[in-house]
Structures are given as structure tokens and as C-alpha cells.
Ligand binder design. Structure first.
Ligand SMILES: Nc1ncnc2c1ncn2[C@@H]1O[C@H](COP(=O)(O)OP(=O)(O)O)[C@@H](O)[C@H]1O
Ligand SMILES: [Mg+2]
Length: 253
């Protein structure tokens, strides 16, 4: 079977004035559809650069990137944007929600220009919000939601286009332990439904929910290992007392 992601000898060199900086130094990697991968590594090791290239937000300086068998590097900006919109959902550390719009309006953003009626759009966005457990928070503004709930809205926004791939760059970086595990439980559910998930994290406690851990170091892959017994986040949530900042979660209600 052809891999979902295949990259060969990928380089990214940033040029800032006279200075060149190689953020990726010949990375090769293949990821199959349906995998759940954690990308780890110290700050500055090239993780975000890699995610931006995988997400077609940026292009490599050298090397090949095949997404679903399509050579993305050979495409123009319009085709790349189309692939990005239809295949890939992004989730970021800082949620990246629009603050003056409600949860449902945030989720509708990616389908705003799809020629749907307002009613159809709301139905799709509502469905995505229900999938992340926020069906009853449609008309809340981001500042009326807890951090974990805001990240769920961002995940619903990523889901509304029905992507085959979710790229999450430190999605739990701003969340307490319990809320982080809840977000990982959601990713595990989406993965069980067939979505390929890549999560960047520097926390081993978060990476253990993935099925495979790739470690970056200085622009190269230092290790790439399957986890034979990855943790089940739902089970951990029901079993363990995890630390959560209760006040902030309560305040948001
Ligand atoms: N837009 C940019 N211009 C110049 N240098 C950059 C840019 N983005 C990242 N870098 C540099 O590339 C290296 C890798 O960065 P990054 O991919 O963000 O690492 P990580 O996500 O692992 O912390 C760092 O040294 C960083 O300073
Ligand atoms: Mg980063």
C-alpha cells in the first residue's frame, strides 16, 4: 500500500539576510494512512518547520514530498492550497480562534466559500462541534470557554472539511494535565475513525498516547520507534487522578 506521507531527503534552509540556517537536513520518512504519530525533540530541532511543510504551508528547499502519491513540491500555490483545505486539518498550541466570533462561526470558517446555504453550513459546523463534545456551546465566544474547550473548537474547525490528516503542533502546550489527556483521548477517537494524526509534543506523558514516536534532533531524525503498548487516554482519565486547574475550567462555564 502506498504511504499517505512520503518524504525523501527533505531540506529546509532559511535565509535571513546573509545568514543561512538549515532547519531540516535531509529528512526521509514514510507514514501510512491510519497511523498516530508523535513528533518529539528539543526546541529548535525542526519540528514546526517539518509540520509546515507536511501541511503545505511552506515548501522544502530540496527533496521530495509525496502526499497520497501526489508530488506536492511540483504543484503551484493554488493546487497546494486546495490540497491543504481538503486533506489537512491544523491544530495549534494557541488555538488560533477568532475572538469576536462564536464557536460555530469559527468552525464555519473553512467552509465559508463552499457555496453552501447558511443553514447547511451551520448543520455541518454543528455536527463537527458535537463530535468534539461541544454541541451545547455553539453560541459561546472563545473567552467564555475554557482552554480545553477552545482547543476542541479548533479541532472541530479542523474536522469540518473531513480531512484525512490532522497535524497538531504542541496542541496541549497551553493546557493542564487532565485537559491535555482529554484532548489526546479525542485525537485517539478520531484516529480510530480512520484519520491519520501527527502530534508535536515535548512531553513524554503526551507522546505515549501515539503509536509511534519520531525524535528530531538538530534537523534530523534521531530515532523512530513504534510503541507496542500505547496508552488509552479514556482509560487513563477514568483511572487516574490527574491534575487540572479546576478554577479556570469552572470559570469558563
Ligand atoms: N521563518 C524562519 N526564518 C528563519 N529561521 C527560522 C524560521 N522558522 C524557524 N527557524 C529556525 O529553524 C530552526 C528550527 O525551528 P522550528 O522548526 O520552529 O523548531 P521546533 O518547532 O522544533 O522548535 C530554529 O533554529 C529556528 O530558529
Ligand atoms: Mg515548534
Amino acid at each position: 500500500m502506498q504511504p499517505l506521507i512520503q518524504i525523501e531527503n527533505l531540506w529546509k534552509i532559511y535565509q535571513t539576510g546573509e545568514i543561512e540556517l538549515a532547519a531540516l537536513k535531509g529528512v526521509s520518512l514514510s507514514i501510512s494512512g491510519g497511523e498516530f504519530v508523535a513528533i518529539m525533540g528539543p526546541s529548535g530541532s525542526g519540528k514546526s518547520t517539518m509540520m509546515h511543510i507536511l501541511g503545505c504551508l511552506d515548501r522544502p528547499t530540496r527533496g521530495r514530498y509525496l502526499l497520497d502519491g501526489v508530488d506536492v513540491g511540483g504543484l503551484g500555490p493554488n493546487d497546494r492550497a486546495r490540497i491543504r483545505n481538503h486533506k489537512i486539518g491544523f491544530v495549534f498550541q494557541g488555538f488560533n480562534l477568532l475572538h469576536r466570533t462564536t464557536a460555530i462561526e469559527n468552525v464555519e470558517l473553512p467552509i465559508l466559500y463552499d457555496g453552501l446555504s447558511g443553514r447547511e453550513r451551520a448543520a455541518k459546523a454543528g455536527e463537527a462541534l458535537e463530535r468534539v463534545g461541544l454541541g451545547d456551546r455553539r453560541y459561546h465566544y472563545p473567552n467564555q470557554l475554557s482552554g480545553g474547550q477552545q482547543q476542541r473548537v479548533a479541532i472541530a474547525r479542523a474536522l469540518v472539511m473531513r480531512p484525512s490528516l490532522i497535524l497538531a503542533d504542541e496542541p496541549t502546550g497551553n493546557l493542564d494535565t487532565r485537559t491535555s489527556v482529554e484532548i489526546m483521548a479525542l485525537f485517539q477517537e478520531l484516529n480510530r475513525d480512520g484519520i491519520t494524526v501527527l502530534v508535536v509534543t515535548h512531553e513524554p506523558d503526551i507522546a505515549r498516547y501515539a503509536q509511534r514516536i519520531i525524535n528530531f534532533r538538530d534537523g534530523t531524525i534521531r530515532s523512530d520507534q513504534p510503541i507496542s503498548h500505547h496508552a488509552d487516554a479514556r482509560e487513563v482519565l477514568s483511572r487516574e487522578q490527574l491534575e487540572s486547574s479546576k478554577e479556570t475550567e469552572e470559570e469558563a462555564r
